[in-house]
Design a protein around this ligand. Sequence first.
Ligand SMILES: *Cc1c(COP(=O)(O)O)cnc(C)c1O
Ligand SMILES: [Zn+2]
Length: 478
Amino acid sequence: MSFPTYRGHLHYVCLGCGATFDIGELHYTCPTCSGVFVLQDLNFDQLKATPAAEWRRIFDARAASKIPALRGIFRFYELMAPVLEQGDILYLGEGNTPLVDSPPALRAELGLKTVYKNDGQNPSASFKDRGMACAFSFLNSLIRTKGWTEVLAICASTGDTSASAALYASYVGGAVKSAVILPAGKVTPQQLAQPLGSGAVVLEVPGVFDDCMKVVEHLADNYRVALLNSKNAWRILGQESYAFEVAQWYDWDMRGTCVFVPIGNAGNITAIMGGFLKLHALGIIESLPRIFGVQSHHADPVYRYYAAEAKDREYKPVTVTASVAQAAMIGNPVSFPRVRHFAEKYEQLGGTGSFQVIQVTEQQIMDSMIQANRHGHIACTQGGECLAGAKRARELGLVSAAETLVLDATAHHLKFIGFQEMYFENSFPAEFGVVPKPELANRPELIITQGDKDRLAEKDYVVQAADNVVARLGLAKK
Ligand SMILES: *Cc1c(COP(=O)(O)O)cnc(C)c1O
Ligand SMILES: [Zn+2]
């Protein structure tokens, strides 16, 4: 196996004004109209000369490749960023995350065939690594071709984007300096820990996330900085790998498959639709899976848009309120124009109903996350949101027990563990509107007291503690 020889001719296409730009420059948004970009390969039709069966064989064979550059998301090199050279490509173990079938007990409870794709098993513990691996590999190629000695990788974030950006920047080192801009006092110690640990310069701004965003966008307009928020089209490209992996997992047969994705800034869902459309264009998959976006009722601008009849649709940002799906708590998604672009294409090919958006409550998100994790899953709150979406879709008669429902656990559940704690301790601030179900609560129980420990001889203490365990668990003697 050797590194692929095909090279694409990528350019930026603005979804606002249609202008195109060469990828030789660091573009974040359209210099003409500030619209968002998608990256398009002008040579894409050349890939059609290779039969679909051959593509499947190539991608399957690469699953056994010993070339690090082809082990992660670039297994699908020709569909991703076929302008990079082998040495540009970063591999920190991202991608190839497993699809884990829900155990029979959970499937029986749900009456649904659910499967979690654990994107929290990426290196910084969220799917953001897919896009960052692509964006930083491209940055590597720019540094190589332009001989840059310094470029600042920067993002505004309070969570997973900064953790991922700081990780990749610290791995690349050299010309790449890294900074993240956070709203002062609005991030938890956990959210701070990852970029600090990666050695990023962490800068704080009074205000909220949007204030930070304005600062970094001003920097991107005026200085040589690589802005790594999800408006960055290279991140969207890398995230397409999620779709390729789902298709490959099921041996390229997507009949009867539904894919559930939480929507925040809407980068991930558009990447996933874009990825499936590419596979379909090359005949690698013959049918498109149905896509369900999921939003909380506390942050649901995309749901509201699609809930209206097609002729009455009007996009309006919403004011968000507290959400446990914190990584998706966005009232004005930057990738909304991309959603519209890809959803339209998707429905043209996949038919009405092949793209839909489901709304769920905060209560349903929390109950579903706890339920999933009590059955061996490792879902974060956004993963809980996907399961809540699947249940809601069933209620609405949109999915059946015969279909396979792939749920995106976008981060590892430990990243959002504070919400589990609030659930178990019944300490949610009122604005979330979450009341724990007693049967799902869990807490440690002291099985013997310090007083007993002090009072009893060691041997008696051990027997007493064991007796208490037996009584608590109702153990039978062997
Ligand atoms: C970023 C993020 C989301 C939202 O994804 P978008 O691409 O912004 O829609 C969901 N879950 C987690 C864990 C995230 O980090
Ligand atoms: Zn434009």
